[in-house]
Unconditional design. Structure first.
Length: 186
């Protein structure tokens, strides 16, 4: 087995183990996060229309899923502590740069949820990175995580032009596979 394959296997195992760890959020964190994210508390299923959301991004813009009706949406959930996520951010940034009238790339981080650092600490940490094309939406309440059934990082969600969930995929996905999934969607 090649060194990089062994490294990926070890990292994947660690991510899976850490995702299984019980995480709690204080009631105060939940209440403050409720103001920033408006999503359904039910988990969306394949083929169902996904609920609209309103999330603020690192760039200060407010994003609504409904703004992208008529486009395919690649939604990536990730965390700052996830080595697989960090290793794939350059490809995700490139995908976002190459996005066209056909699809859009959005990423979601949930400060204070599933081991992610607090919002201010995350913002400070992220400022040290150099991703110019990557929209990073903040979901401090974790409601969007719950609505997509995210249990580990990274997790991808593919939404078709009609706003229906095509699939969710936990784990690493390379750029070519993401593009192939986007091409085969309506």
């Amino acid at each position: 087995m090649k060194k990089w394959q062994a490294s990926v296997l070890i990292c994947t195992s660690l991510v899976c183990l850490s995702a299984c760890k019980n995480q709690t959020t204080s009631e105060t964190d939940k209440q403050s996060g409720d103001k920033k994210a408006q999503v359904s508390s039910q988990t969306v299923k394949k083929g169902e229309a996904v609920a609209d959301f309103e999330l603020t991004a690192m760039d200060g813009r407010t994003y609504h899923l409904s703004d992208y009706k008529g486009k395919k949406v690649y939604l990536k959930f990730w965390a700052s502590w996830c080595s697989i996520c960090l290793a794939s951010l350059p490809d995700t940034d490139e995908l976002a740069k190459e996005a066209s009238d056909d699809y859009v790339v959005l990423t979601v981080v949930s400060p204070g949820q599933k081991g992610e650092q607090a919002e201010e600490a995350f913002k400070k940490w992220y400022q040290g990175l150099d991703y110019k094309n990557l929209p990073v939406l903040l979901d401090p309440s974790g409601q969007l995580l719950s609505s997509y059934g995210v249990r580990s990082y990274p997790t991808q969600a593919f939404i078709d032009k009609e706003g229906k969930l095509v699939k969710t995929q936990p784990g690493f996905m390379d750029k070519e596979t993401i593009l192939e999934n986007l091409k085969t969607m309506n």
